[in-house]
Design a protein around this ligand. Structure first.
Ligand code: FPP
Length: 237
């Protein structure tokens, strides 16, 4: 019921995979390179993995590119990530030919005006794509998202007793998509870091020591293989 047939094999796919793209800094440090070089390599991996997910027929992929907490990083590092985002957005035509629909989730308001413009253009330009639905989380924080949802609900003047879990879900950035079934975090960290905390209540998790820039399609395949052996009961028996 929760599994989808892959395009290229008879194996099954989760409907929605979410990835925490972690380990760029350590990847660069291991090579005595600046952290920004790790993000450049991470951005390449992101594009390769998104294309691979599209190729195998995944329906939803959501990646964590910048969190509400990442503003605490040095200014030049933040700028390097924003510039990679700019490059990616300007390169959106390439993704168009891939038939990937792109959507950004997070509080986009504090982003630079040119980035916001490019995001609008990119979302609009890819809205009719029928392949992978790619969500990029920027200035995203799960607690921030839930706080904003509560504000919206209170402002709507709804009767408190009529609020259900669905009311909360309907007011999140992800209201138009299913919850992630599978969360992948490379780089040897075993935490969620404020990522999709409401949506991942029943998700399966997969961790690996590989650093994000070294993450290849075969790692994803290994993760999916493991997912296929998980027994999801959603609180039942
Ligand atoms: C976490 O690794 C990674 C980030 C905070 C940035 C992720 C950004 C990209 C992959 C590139 C830009 C994305 C797009 C959509 C173009 P880290 O820096 O925390 O690594 P560390 O834990 O080893 O220090």
């Amino acid at each position: 019921m929760f599994l989808f047939k892959r395009k290229d094999t008879n194996r099954t796919l989760p409907k929605h995979i979410a990835i925490i793209m972690d380990g760029n800094g350590r990847w660069a440090k291991k090579r005595s390179m600046p952290r920004s070089a790790g993000h450049v390599a991470g951005a390449k991996t992101f594009k390769d993995i998104a294309r691979y997910c599209n190729k195998i027929g995944l329906e939803y992929l959501t990646v964590y590119a910048f969190s509400t907490e990442n503003w605490k990083r040095p200014k030049d590092e933040i700028e390097s990530i924003m510039n990679l985002l700019r490059d990616y957005l300007k390169d959106a035509e390439n993704f168009k030919s891939d038939n990937i629909r792109v959507k950004f989730i997070g509080n986009l308001e504090p982003l630079a005006d040119d980035i916001k413009e490019l995001i609008k253009k990119d979302e609009e330009g890819s809205k009719d794509a029928t392949g992978l639905k790619l969500n990029i989380a920027i200035n995203y924080g799960g607690r921030d998202e839930i706080t904003n949802a509560v504000k919206k609900i209170v402002k709507s003047g709804v009767d408190a007793e009529s609020i259900t879990e669905q009311t909360i879900s309907d007011n999140l950035y992800t209201s138009d998509m299913p919850d992630p079934d599978f969360i992948i975090r490379p780089s040897g960290e075993y935490r969620l870091s404020n990522y999709l905390i409401w949506q991942s209540a029943y998700a399966e998790y997969w961790f690996s020591d590989v650093l994000w820039p070294d993450f290849k399609p075969h790692h994803l395949e290994k993760a999916i293989d493991e997912y296929n052996h998980r027994n999801r009961r959603f609180g039942g028996v």
